[in-house]
Design a protein around this ligand. Structure first.
Ligand code: PLP
Length: 399
């Protein structure tokens, strides 16, 4: 007798992207004198603006409540407090999406739920991911032993792959605005995916972690698309919206009526969460609630506007240099074609060694990412401006 491991873990590829970036930076640092120009990091996917004041005050108040017998709270509902779910419900009303409170599940972030949702699905399911891809979708399914098929994207489809009738899948991951490409599906394109899922009885796992960057008439939620309630689950997060990357809070929307082979997915998710999860702290949920207050919304908009301004500094530079890119308009990510037709790692080295700027090589996000590069808008204005001056000089020197 011996314990048997899940051998699917042996099939995981080492996630070497950020480790390799760190290694190359260390090599650069060792080879460069201390008075070399300051390295500017434009590869980070983490926010830099602090929590909005309203959020901090709400959390401080909640901490004080927890320290007083009359207002102390122990275990909360696993699926989240109504006060936060009601705030989210009102937020969705703003997109004309009507949600019931029991369709909203509060969690400690989108990443956990994106992985945990797979408890609901059989290992026999085939999974479709778009390439380039947020690696969590791939690795969680490799761990579960599922077959993965890829919808490749490129300049031709502006990094917004559409359904291919010859490639069927049971689970379909869509991320819009996308990480890493910053590309955003419009209503018509999302409708084509919803119709495809309806036709094939697939389920769309829709990652809306960057919806707060969307402007104009582009959809924030898949549930804005008619028919999506029968085929989709949506994941969202306070991480990028309100600086909760370290505080941890997100939510998942599972429609009440979503069913497959006699199983109700809303009931199954409730059962899964009440069994394996004990909820997000009261303090954090009070902080998240404050995100939707009038003051909170205003402060959050200021932070998002800060990142948007950085994105514009980057896209203006790309426009000036006639470099092809996606994103940056409704997203904190700018996905650009490596100048001089370089491979993404060669361009990474050139940018590091000659412009002292760090980005993320597209090849790290999948095959379609080769020859592309990701810059993020999460730095400071000062650094973003300086990085773009250096970028421009470098690209001009290549011509
Ligand atoms: N989904 C995407 C596409 C992301 O890029 C990220 C984080 O970078 C997440 C989900 C994770 O969000 P959270 O911080 O809520 O776990």
């Amino acid at each position: 007798m011996s314990a048997h491991i899940n051998e699917n873990f042996l099939s995981l590829k080492e996630s070497y992207l950020f480790a390799e970036i760190a290694r190359r930076i260390r090599t650069w640092q060792a080879a460069n004198p201390a008075d070399a120009p300051k390295l500017i990091r434009m590869g980070i996917g983490d926010v830099t603006r602090p929590l909005p004041k309203t959020v901090v005050h709400a959390m401080e108040k909640a901490v004080r409540e927890m320290g007083v017998e009359e207002t102390f709270r122990g275990y909360g509902p696993e699926q989240g407090y109504d006060f936060l779910k009601e705030a989210i419900q009102r937020y969705y009303d703003g997109f004309h999406v009507s949600l019931q409170l029991d369709e909203i599940f509060i969690s400690d972030g989108a990443k956990s739920d994106l992985g945990n949702i797979l408890d609901l699905f059989s290992e026999d399911n085939t999974v479709l991911v778009t390439d380039p891809v947020y690696p969590v979708y791939v690795d969680t399914n490799v761990m579960g032993g599922r077959k993965i098929v890829y919808a490749m994207s490129s300049e031709e489809n502006d990094f917004l792959p559409m359904p291919d009738p010859s490639v069927k899948a049971d689970l379909i991951y869509l991320c819009s605005p996308n990480n890493p490409t910053g590309a955003v599906y419009n209503r018509e394109q999302l409708k084509a995916w919803v119709d495809f899922a309806r036709e094939h009885d697939s389920i769309i796992l829709f990652d809306a972690a960057y919806e707060c960057f969307v402007t104009g008439d582009l959809p924030h939620s898949i549930f804005e698309i008619p028919g999506a309630r029968d085929v989709a689950i949506e994941f969202c997060s306070f991480s990028k919206k309100a600086g909760f990357t370290g505080t941890r809070c997100g939510y998942t929307v599972v429609p009440r009526t979503l069913e497959r082979n006699h199983g109700n997915l809303n009931h199954m998710w409730l059962r899964r969460q009440t069994t394996k999860f004990n909820g997000v702290s009261y303090i954090t949920q009070r902080g998240a609630e404050a995100v939707f207050s009038r003051k909170g919304e205003k402060q959050i908009e200021e932070n998002i506007e800060y990142y948007r301004k950085n994105a514009k500094i980057i896209t203006d530079t790309m426009d000036k240099l006639s470099v092809y890119y996606t994103g940056g308009k409704n997203s904190p990510y700018i996905w650009l074609k490596c100048p001089g037709n370089m491979s993404s790692w060669d361009f990474f080295d050139k940018l590091l060694n000659e412009a002292f700027v760090v980005g993320t090589p597209g090849a790290g996000f999948g095959e379609s990412g080769e020859k592309f590069f990701r810059l993020t808008a999460f730095s400071t204005h000062k650094n973003t401006k300086e990085a773009m001056v250096r970028f421009e000089k470098l690209v001009k020197s290549m011509k």
